[in-house]
Design a protein around this ligand. Structure first.
Ligand code: AMP
Ligand code: MG
Length: 345
């Protein structure tokens, strides 16, 4: 059995945001520039901040990341999420740090008709993605676990949250995006002129580059995530989040099993997509949506966008075809030799 785990691969993390790091060397207009790298949420977090209060802003941002990780992790025993999961059905009072991503998750769950579902945790554990003892669970085991899965089982009254005994939540599909959104809010309040945060497959920007040009964010090639890109996006202030089966998977019996689960089957989703990159002003939604659209597949993802809007996306299908949505027209530059089609709505 072989294992690939994005969070431990420095090169893969840089790939997700390759271009903006190469663009951060010069300190134009006399503005202060500070960078910081920390390990949090199972991945390498890179912060680059421009502006007068950059030093102080970056320290406040790093403290927020530590605070959120302690509350949102499903694997740290004393986190709010773990308390909900082990409360045997009782109410647990949570902070707004926890309530906000929970409400966003439930919104995306209901709009995606359950393709996004944070109660997949029993499945995620059964495949070994938590213990890192990877295994292929039997059909019977998955069908027994199915009884505990379903986002409608989550109850939220004010700040009291409960799930039935046996049901467990995992904010892994949305927590990084919520964190980058909180960090960007802090940086904006601190008055920085520009910033980029890279958190695993998530990137989010604040303001503009010191030279006034757009941020350029590379989109990983799912077939060569350590070294290749399928192209780049030129963006202003926004979040750019990628979900893909290549980001975390193991191989057994010649087959690859990745970490994004179809909640209706318990198996890694096979929707015909290798990756989805969502461009959305809100980091929380960008993250939840990239996971949801990956499970939905191209046609249902485009239908979702038609019904709910609010984002653009770059899809890489199993056959390597790249599809971009209309808002990215003129902003996506394909890598050499790559073609793409524009979905005009
Ligand atoms: P992402 O990397 O944002 O696509 O999120 C993937 C992570 O979200 C996985 O490692 C699981 O922790 C969790 N997850 C897996 N499948 C789903 C799903 N269908 N809905 C919500 N969260 C999921
Ligand atoms: Mg996600």
């Amino acid at each position: 059995m072989s294992v690939f785990y994005k969070g431990l691969s420095l090169t893969a993390v840089f790939c997700a945001a390759a271009l903006f790091f190469s663009s951060c060397g010069v300190d134009l207009n006399g503005s202060e520039k500070r960078s910081k790298q920390i390990f949090a949420m199972d991945t390498i977090v890179e912060l680059t901040v421009y502006g007068k209060n950059a030093e102080q802003a970056i320290e406040s941002a790093a403290a927020k990341i530590t605070e959120l990780e302690a509350e949102l992790s499903a694997t740290k025993a004393d986190s709010a999420v773990s308390k909900i999961n082990s409360a045997l059905g009782a109410d647990v009072t949570v902070s707004d740090n926890v309530k906000a991503p929970l409400l966003a998750a439930l919104d995306i769950s209901s709009k995606s008709k359950g393709a996004f579902d944070i109660t997949v945790f029993p499945f995620v554990k059964a495949w070994g993605f938590v213990s890192k003892e990877y295994r292929v669970p039997g059909k019977d085991e998955l069908s027994r676990l199915q009884d505990f899965v379903g986002f409608k089982k989550i109850e939220i009254n004010g700040n009291a949250v409960s799930v039935p005994n046996g049901t467990e939540i995992d904010l892994g599909g949305i927590a990084k995006g919520y964190t980058s959104q909180c960090v960007c809010d802090i940086l904006k309040e601190s008055g920085v002129t520009g910033a980029v945060i890279s958190l695993g497959g998530n990137a989010q920007t604040v303001g503009g580059k010191p030279d006034g040009s757009k941020w350029r964010i590379a989109v990983c090639d799912p077939d060569d995530p350590d070294n290749g890109t399928i192209g780049s996006l030129a963006v202003d202030e926004t979040a750019v989040v990628t979900s893909g089966g290549y980001q975390r998977f193991f191989e057994s019996g010649g087959k690859k099993y990745h970490h994004i689960i179809n909640p209706s089957t318990g198996y890694p989703s096979e929707s015909g997509l290798k990756s989805v990159t969502v461009v959305c002003a809100d980091g929380t939604y960008a993250d939840g949506l990239s996971t949801a659209l990956f499970v939905l597949g191209l046609d249902d993802a485009l239908a979702y966008r038609k019904s709910h809007g609010g984002f653009d996306a770059v899809f890489v299908s199993d056959d390597g075809t790249i599809t971009i949505t209309s808002g990215l027209k003129g902003l996506f530059t394909p890598a050499q030799g790559r073609q793409f089609s524009l979905y005009e709505d």
